[in-house]
Design a binder for this molecule. Structure first.
Ligand SMILES: [Ca+2]
Ligand SMILES: [Ca+2]
Ligand SMILES: [Ca+2]
Ligand SMILES: [Ca+2]
Length: 288
């Protein structure tokens, strides 16, 4: 705001000076501008740009104007103009899409929003702080999975996706294991074969889909520390032959919702009595 005020006062001074110079019939070659506040950095080019008319009326060449702190602005470097040949189509600029699309990285410290994960049965979830020195590129937070069982099954979590996954090759997770028996994660993917954007279920048949495919794969977490786990869609198998079209086709062709949802089911590793004890971070879909 100071600059604007100062510029206006400079222009006013110039105009007044020009008028005075003209009225007096003298030349304006020796025109000087004084009383410019020293704290304001006004450039000659700015003055000239704001009111070229005032400057030209006064016939002042910018080189003769003395303003404390003034700098001449360098002209912008000239770029070569693109050459267009008539009749030749200009190729469209290729948009390179990022290699991954993040589903959740838990950096907001909340698994129940953005996106909202639902949780069921005896799986305990929380968002914990990462030790960022453990893995290069690790964010500050991740999802902590805990829980114990006497019959292998513990519980699960799920997220609604509703996206066209046809341009992706699979899923990638960053998983922290706490040794050999950290538990097993079953990854479930639901597509939308009857094109209604809903995972249909039949009455009395629990949560099993009745019109759409359920594709699954398993990740046994049997290591210590962080691992990046890439799971191509080709590793998933249809868990409900005869329901849906038995093809993993998560595209939003016609009215299909594409890849509708993902669930992660936690169970103990090898024995019925066991636990889930791991962390998940950076759940993403990958393109390449
Ligand atoms: Ca994270
Ligand atoms: Ca459906
Ligand atoms: Ca099926
Ligand atoms: Ca299908």
């Amino acid at each position: 705001m100071k600059n604007v005020v100062a510029t206006i006062s400079v222009v006013a001074l110039l105009s007044t000076a020009a008028f005075a110079a003209q009225s007096a019939g003298g030349t304006s070659d020796n025109l000087e501008i004084r009383m410019i506040p020293t704290s304001v950095n006004v450039t000659v080019a700015q003055v000239a740009a704001v009111d070229r008319k005032a400057v030209s009326t006064a016939n002042v060449s910018t080189a003769n104007v003395s303003i404390k702190g003034a700098k001449l602005l360098k002209p912008a470097p000239q770029k070569d103009l693109p050459v267009v040949v008539a009749g030749v189509e200009i190729p469209e600029k290729k948009v390179v899409k990022p290699a991954v699309q993040v589903v959740d990285d838990y950096e907001d410290g909340d698994f129940s929003a953005n996106p909202e994960w639902w949780k069921f049965d005896r799986l305990l979830l929380s968002v914990g702080n990462n030790n960022i020195s453990e893995y290069k590129g690790l964010g500050k937070k991740s999802l902590v999975l805990e829980g114990s069982t006497v019959n292998s099954y513990i519980g699960g979590l799920g997220v609604y996706l509703g996206l066209d996954a046809s341009e992706f090759k699979g899923l990638v997770f960053t998983i922290f294991g706490n040794g050999e028996d950290s538990g097993t994660l079953k990854i479930e993917l639901y597509d939308d074969d009857n094109g209604n954007w809903v995972v249909d279920t039949a009455p009395g048949k629990g949560y099993a889909p009745s019109a759409d495919d359920l594709y699954v794969t398993r990740i046994p977490v049997n290591w210590t520390g962080w691992r990046v786990v890439k799971v191509p869609f080709t590793e998933f198998e249809d868990e409900n032959p005869g329901v849906g079209d038995d093809k993993f086709n998560p595209s939003q062709l016609k009215t299909s919702g594409g890849l509708l949802q993902m669930q992660i089911i936690a169970s103990s590793s090898r024995k019925a009595v066991g636990k889930i004890d791991c962390r998940i971070d950076s759940i993403s879909l990958y393109r390449r």
